[in-house]
Every structure is written in C-alpha cells, then in structure tokens.
Design a protein around this ligand. Structure first.
Ligand code: HXC
Length: 514
C-alpha cells in the first residue's frame, strides 16, 4: 500500500516542475503570442497520450554561479505519445527556463528521446524555442549539439524527423532542423539564423530585423529551409497532424492506408488544360482531379513555385506527387525547383511512398544567372534522385516534355515503371519554334516570304515530332491515354507495383551532386 504522504510529496514536486520557469516567465512567453512548451506538446498529441520522462533532470553546471540556480527540467520537456494513434517521440524546448538554452543535461534529454525514437522506430518531433548554446556551459553545450546532429544524421531515412520552429533557433542550433525531413514555421514567431542582427551590425555594419533576416516568410519563400508555413501555432499543429497521417512510422513500413475515395466532381480533368498550348493552367487542379477526395497536401508551397510537390492518396494509399507548374515560369526546372523536387523524391523513396510525376515543362531554365548558380549541379540532383529511387514511379506527360526536362522528369530512361502520355503531349528535343529556326534556317532565309516559310516549317516540325506517338512507337511511352483515363490507369499501376522489388548494386553509398 503506497504511503499517501509520499504520493502527496511526488504530486507537489511534479506540480512545481510543471510550471517551468515560473508564472512571470510564462506571462512573458504568452505576451509574445507563444504557447508554453507543455501546452504545445499537449496541443499536438492525442488527448491523455503524453508520457513524460526526465521531469526531475536538473543542470549540472557550476561556473558563473550556476550552482546557485535551479533550472526546472533543464529547459526541455521530452516524452512519447500518439497522434491519431500513431506513436511519436517528442521534445519541446521551454523558453521560460533560461531561454530554452541548451546545456549538457538539456542535450542529454533530447538525445535520450532521439535514441528511443530510432530504437523503437517511431517519428521524432522536435519543437525548437531556444537562445541556443547555454553560454555558461561552454564546450559542454557545443558537445550537446554535436550529439544531436550526429543522431539526426544516423536516423535520417530510418524514422521521419519533424522540426517545429516556435521561437528563436539561433547559431549552430539551426543545423538540427536543417538535418531533419520537414521544418514547420509560424509567421511572426519563428526565427532562424546562423548569426543574429547584432553580430551582422557589428561585423558588417548592416541593420536588419530578426524577422527580415530569418523569419517564417524568409525561410518559406526565399531560402527553402522551411516546408510548411502557418499563421498561428494552432494552424501549424493541424499541419503536423495531417503530415503524420501521410507518412509511415519508419522505413520498414508503409503509410497507413485510408478508405479509398473518388475525386470531387468539381475537378473535371477534361476541362483543365486550355486548347491553346501556349496558355497556362494550374497543375494542382490536375492533381486534385486524380487524387482521392481531391485532397492534395502541398509541401513547400511558397518556394520555387514552378514545381509542385506534396502528398495525396490513390486508392487509399499515400502517394507523392511531383509536377511542373505551367502557371510559374512555364514550369521550368531551375536551381531551386531541382533542389526542391530532388529532396522530396528521395524522401518518398526512403519511406516507401510511390511517386506520380506530372510533366509539362519546356526544359531547364537557360541564362547566365542559372548557369553561374550551378544549374548543372543542382539539375543533376533530379536525375540522380529519380534514377536511384526504387519505389513505384509513374509518369504522365501532359503537354510539353522537351530536352533535358523530358529525361529528368521520371522518364522511362531513368526507370519509370509506367509512362503515360495525353494526346496533347509534345515530346521532342526542343520546342517547335526554336527547332524550326535551327534546322530549317537556310530554307527560311532564302524563301520569298521567310515568315510564311517559318510558320510552315514550325507546323511541319509539330506534325512530325511535337506529339506523343514517336515516343510511343519506340516504347518510351507505354500508352497514349485520354485525360479521363488517367486516374484509373494510375490506380491500376500502383496496385500492381505494390510488391515492386529492384535489386541495386552493392555500395557503401552513392555520391549525389549535393
Ligand atoms: C544562456 C540564455 C541564452 C543562452 C537566452 N538566455 N539565451 N542563457 N545562454 N544562449 C537567457 C537570458 O539570459 C534570459 O535569462 C532568458 O534566457 C530569456 O532571454 P531574454 O534575452 O530575456 O529573451 P528575449 O529578449 O526574448 O531574447 C531572446 C534571444 C536572446 C534573442 C534568444 O536571449 C539572445 O540573443 N540570446 C543569445 C542568443 C545567442 O547568441 N546564442 C548563442 C548562439 S551560438 P533570465 O535569467 O534573465 O531570464 C550557438 C552555438 C551553437 O548556439 C553551435 C552548435 C554547433
């Protein structure tokens, strides 16, 4: 029979610790529009599912009068729980305790939960809200970060790793999120940078606000460091919960299947592409016309919009979509869109998620800026990622598939399992105008009416090459299909490739162009 006094004592101890840095610090946290670390964990996990560990851990620092200071929980909460029944390991830095700064014991709590996540094969969620390395703990803090980065890397591709930036994430601390799979940010709350505004002012003499330097919008629109942008913590948590429904718990599993559902009638696949091949359309409407329930969960929506990536379901199974966006720069591949697509393809491959690629692009973006920014190296990432991926790869060529773009976008030659083309597909080395100008230049120049001759030659080229039938005659395209047949044939392809198994040559690892 437990001693009531001892239980009361435990309860009192717990209650005190649950207050973190105390009421005043909590008030300050709230005044910044932020929830406390504990509220965040409880808001994200299924009701009553959270089990906390290491509540009684304290710091072990002695310099700078630290031995006179108590830092409850050492500024980080760790534990396990569930989201829609799926197990997750979680940590949340508590800014009310020494600014969530990372000392030795704080880092040991984080690495303990990371070790559990890897050992037990469950997703890891890290909520970052911290002033960075705890200055008073010197090299112990740096050691702590190193231990975290190492585990992030070793766990990569084995368990999903999710980072949520809900406050400052400064200095080397940013490298843990950067090593994880998905980074969530919230407008006006998230701040990520290597060197803060004060350092920049001292070293470079430039004034910049924290928001303009590394706020949520900066990382969602410019740097590509963030994958999901939200206006509030509530919205952010909804996004995280939704993501968890699409991904498997670890790389030895598939994502949980849902009930299959037909796309909504309002997305009529026959009516999305305009008659005029020079007119753009929204490729997301095509995805919605194909995916179960027309539900498309877009990733990196605000970055490199010329390519669209995200998850949907086909017949209840999670599927990754990669699609050129004709609405943005005609859907070209460039440095940023290549980077964005390649990483997502590798994610899908690591976690057993089939990939559907929708193709409509004039090729890689030409120009000095792109060449000097390394479009060769970055563009090669797409080739590498598709070639290496062994999950089912299904491709639909909707309209333009020119040059390197045709090859890169999951072509048969990079081992797509099935390649389909709409009758509107134009598969050629380059666009008709450019091609006719080059190969018929002499005839055009010497014609009595060069403009008329040019038009005639463009038409000739279109008739001969700008269609899907030449590629189909070589077997590079498996079937030319009507748009309305797309979902049915993709569902069938996913079904029959469920047990796909492709042996790869033994190697330690490849050398992707990153
Ligand atoms: C120890 C810290 C701390 C830190 C904040 N605090 N950062 N304590 N080490 N790194 C403490 C403060 O002393 C304060 O304690 C409490 O946390 C709240 O901080 P405030 O400054 O009052 O909060 P705010 O005004 O909101 O400013 C937040 C902040 C600022 C912008 C994050 O605290 C700040 O600039 N901190 C330092 C950031 C930094 O340079 N970190 C080191 C980066 S280098 P009291 O007791 O007064 O409440 C790094 C290297 C890692 O991280 C390398 C890994 C490879």
């Amino acid at each position: 029979m437990p001693d009531n006094k001892k239980i009361r004592e435990l309860k009192e101890k717990r209650e005190k610790l649950l207050l973190g840095g105390g009421e005043q610090a909590i008030e300050k946290q709230k005044a910044m529009g932020k929830r406390t670390a504990r509220e965040r964990i409880l808001g994200l996990l299924d009701k009553d599912s959270f089990n906390e560990y290491d509540l009684f851990v304290e710091h072990d620092a002695h310099d700078f009068d630290m031995d006179k200071k108590s830092l409850p929980t050492d500024g980080v909460i760790i534990g396990t729980g569930t989201i829609y029944g799926a197990p997750v390991a979680i940590f949340a830095q508590d800014f009310t305790v020494a600014g969530g700064s990372l000392g030795l014991m704080h880092s040991r709590k984080i690495t303990k939960i990371m070790d559990h996540a890897l050992k037990m094969r469950m997703p890891l969620i890290g909520i970052n809200d911290s002033g960075g390395a705890r200055i008073q703990e010197g090299v112990n803090s740096l050691a702590g970060y190193g231990e975290i980065f190492f585990r992030n890397t070793i766990s990569s591709g084995v368990i999903p790793q999710i980072s949520v930036i809900l406050g400052p994430c400064a200095g080397g601390a940013v490298y843990s999120p950067a090593l994880t799979d998905f980074v969530f940010v919230v407008d006006n709350i998230s701040k990520m940078f290597i060197t803060g505004p004060e350092v920049i002012k001292t070293v470079l003499g430039e004034e910049i606000s924290m928001e303009d330097l590394g706020g949520a919008r900066v990382h969602s629109e410019i740097t590509g460091n963030a994958h999901f942008f939200a206006h509030s913590e509530e919205e952010c948590f909804e996004q995280i919960k939704k993501l968890v429904t699409f991904i498997p718990w670890h790389n030895g599993k598939k994502a949980r299947p849902f009930e299959p559902a037909e796309p909504l009638k309002e997305y009529n696949i026959n009516k999305i592409m305009p008659e005029d091949p020079t007119h753009p359309y929204d490729i997301k409407d095509v995805i919605r016309a194909i995916a179960d329930n027309s539900d498309f969960f877009e990733i990196m929506e605000l970055y490199a919009k010329n390519i669209v990536i995200g998850f949907g379901r086909m017949g209840g199974k999670t599927t990754g979509f990669v699609a050129n966006q004709p609405l943005e720069m005609a859907g070209v591949l460039d440095v940023d869109s290549s980077d964005k697509a390649a990483r997502f393809i590798r994610y899908c491959d690591a976690f057993n998620i089939p990939i559907i690629t929708l193709v409509d692009l004039p090729g890689y973006l030409p120009g000095v800026d792109q060449e000097h920014a390394g479009v060769i190296r970055h563009g090669a990432k797409v080739l590498y990622a598709y070639s290496e991926a062994t999950v089912p790869k299904l491709t639909v060529i909707l309209r333009k598939a020119y040059g390197g773009g045709y090859i890169a976008m999951s072509s048969r030659h990079l081992r797509a399992d099935f390649v389909f083309a709409w009758p509107t597909a134009e598969i050629a080395v380059m666009g008709p105008e450019g091609a006719a100008n080059i190969i018929f230049r002499k005839e055009i120049m010497s014609a009595p009416d060069p403009e008329q001759m040019r038009k005639q030659k463009v038409e000739e080229y279109k008739m001969k090459f700008a269609n899907p039938y030449v590629a189909a005659s070589r077997g590079y395209v498996d079937a030319v299909i009507e748009p309305s047949e797309t979902r049915r044939i993709l569902l069938h392809s996913i079904e029959i490739s469920d047990a796909k198994d492709v042996p790869m040559p033994a190697k330690k690892h490849g050398l992707p162009p990153f």
